[in-house]
Design a protein around this ligand. Structure first.
Ligand code: FAD
Ligand code: SIN
Length: 530
């Protein structure tokens, strides 16, 4: 890796929708380095199925989209931010189309599908593999740009801050990151005048999650350790319909299946059950409502799963709308044109995160953030389906705009100390990492899941306290590895989730606790200060 890539104008950690959007918006004027911790397309973006929400239908309005977002978010959203993102959607879709994303069409218009919580058809999509097409188009454009250097296999450990300056200035700036190279095992220092965290979510804190392996909350944990506030970490979204299969653990069945008529059925009674939980919206109620309904049916009848059935639709219609899901299920012996699909809820999206303002600025000078690692005010207590890719585009661009407009005020990078490995050795007990990783994910699933109680949360907190000492001791003595970095972040993120959940004495949106079942009159963010 060249020195130029290690000393760029702007450093972006993350090569998904948020990171690459920011990079493409900066590259005309600045030298940009983009890091990914594995392959460039291994984030959640490439896994997105349903699509991107945008008001494009004649009968639809921005007000409807804003209202649907606020209803799903149980009033915890920031209306100004919701309006700004919703109004930015049509332009974002246009830019993606120009980049070559082959959105599905119907006649001369884009085909719009429907998802839970949306009062209108407004989901722009590429069949049932929207994220893959978006990732490919953004990556192709970034790879072709001479000012963008994409560096895979660099696992950021921590932010380089004023604390790491050779001559301490006390200004509190962020100057880049230290990252371990998966190939060499060496720790590299990447510096820049501005750093953008676009590291995605923290889904892998839970045993069952639709998110990819790398969703370990790294950016949230790094920002927190460096002194940035985080918010609403208790708002973990569980997707109602993840495939239940003994070998395939995290395959999502898109909400668009319900949007196109899919029905949820209790396999014991053979009855459609959503009418008992939300008679008006049925299968298209917001995700928190549907996930809790499935959880309740599973617990009440002692089930392993419920059925999602769309076999009443014509076979050609199903194959045409859901070609990838159809193929995947057929490979597992399930023909969705004639059979119901066994499904369970699984963690899906991290609504909370690093607090950012409208320009993507965090609390720390020189540090910006965008996408799933942030809490921008858009999602509130529960994200409306297909609003998150949209958030990545809007805030990726906002960060870039602010950096460009304020470039002259960003101080040049001082001399930063290299990573110090003089007091550590190679680990001789890798089993500790594996054991702790599994333990965290299991107690988070059992104690901090869809339905919570104070007692369960306290149990989780107690486990976290014990593991924190163990992991800190391990981190202090052994050379960092990607697995150790992720374990440390997973644990930190779990701690933030549990602390936030204990803090909220009500049930709202995704946070549902038997000890405080009521929703308070006033919606207040849970803000944690380092
Ligand atoms: P990601 O795309 O997750 O990218 C994170 C990047 O950060 C990666 O490049 C990763 O390598 C890098 N990174 C992380 N940690 C480090 C580190 N320590 N060092 C270096 N690099 C690091 N949303 C929708 O709007 N519509 C949908 O239809 C939809 N479907 C979904 C389906 C699935 C199965 C899942 C899991 C999510 C879905 N979502 C959907 C949510 C959406 O995909 C994500 O919220 C969004 O893609 C997040 O993009 P991002 O750029 O913030 O992060
Ligand atoms: C889905 O396709 O159901 C996922 C959509 C989303 O997470 O926004």
């Amino acid at each position: 890796m060249s020195d130029a890539a290690r000393q760029s104008d702007v450093l972006i950690v993350g090569s998904g929708a948020a990171g690459l959007t920011a990079a493409l918006n900066l590259a005309e004027r600045f030298r940009v380095t983009v890091l990914a911790k594995g392959a460039l397309n291994e984030g959640s973006t490439a896994w997105a199925q349903g699509g991107i929400a945008a008001v494009l239908e004649p009968g639809d309005t921005f007000e409807h989209h804003v209202e649907d977002t606020m209803v799903a978010g149980a009033g915890l959203n920031d209306r100004d931010i919701v309006e700004c993102v919703v109004e930015g959607a049509p332009a974002a879709i246009e830019r993606l189309t120009r980049l070559g994303v082959p959105f599905a069409t119907e006649g001369n218009a884009l085909h719009l599908t429907r998802e839970g919580g949306h009062s209108h058809r407004r989901i722009v999509h590429v069949a049932d593999a929207t994220g893959w097409a978006v990732q490919e188009a953004l990556q192709r454009a970034a790879e072709a740009h001479p000012n963008i250097t994409l560096v895979p296999d660099q696992v950021a450990i921590d932010l380089a801050t004023s604390r790491h300056e050779q001559r301490y200035s006390g200004a509190g700036n962020v100057w880049g990151v230290y990252a371990v190279d998966r190939g060499t095992g060496r720790v590299n220092l990447y510096t820049a005048r501005a750093t953008i965290l676009a590291t995605g979510g923290a889904g892998r804190t839970y045993l069952f999650s639709t998110a990819p392996r790398g969703a370990t909350g790294d950016g949230i944990a790094m920002a927190w350790r460096a002194g940035a506030r985080v918010s609403n970490m208790e708002m973990m979204q569980f997707h109602p319909t993840c495939l239940y299969h003994l070998e395939v653990k995290n395959f999502l069945i898109t909400e668009a299946v319900r949007g196109e008529g899919g029905r949820l059925i209790n396999p014991t009674t053979g009855k459609r059950f959503m009418s008992y939980y939300d008679a008006e919206r049925m299968e298209l109620a917001p995700r928190d409502v549907v996930a809790r309904a499935i959880d309740a049916e599973i617990k009440r009848y002692g089930l392993d799963y419920v059925h999602l059935d769309i076999s009443h639709q014509p076979a050609d219609f199903i194959r045409g709308h859901f070609p990838n899901i159809y193929d995947k299920l057929l490979g597992l012996g399930i023909d969705m044109t004639t059979q119901p699909i066994p499904v369970v809820p699984a963690q899906h999206y991290t609504c909370g995160g690093i607090i950012i303002d409208r320009d993507g600025r965090t609390d720390l000078p020189g540090l910006y953030a965008a996408g799933e690692c942030t809490e921008s005010g858009l999602h509130g207590a529960n994200r409306l389906a297909s609003n998150s890719l949209l958030e990545c585009f809007v805030f990726g661009e906002a960060c870039a705009g602010h950096i460009a407009a304020h470039w002259d005020t960003l101080p040049p990078v001082p001399v930063i100390r290299p990573w110090d490995e003089s007091r550590v050795t190679d680990s001789d007990e890798e089993v500790v990492i594996k054991q702790n990783w599994t333990e965290i994910r299991r107690f988070m699933w059992n104690y901090v899941g869809i339905v919570r109680t104070t007692k369960r949360l306290e149990r989780a907190q107690h486990r976290i306290q014990m593991l924190t000492e163990e992991v800190a001791d391990y981190y202090g003595h052994f050379r960092v590895t990607p697995d150790l970095i992720e374990l440390r972040n997973l644990l930190q993120t779990a701690e933030l989730i549990v602390r936030s959940a204990l803090h909220r004495h009500e049930s709202r949106g995704l946070h549902y606790t038997l000890d405080y079942p009521e929703t308070l009159a006033e919606a207040v963010d849970t803000v944690l200060v380092p």
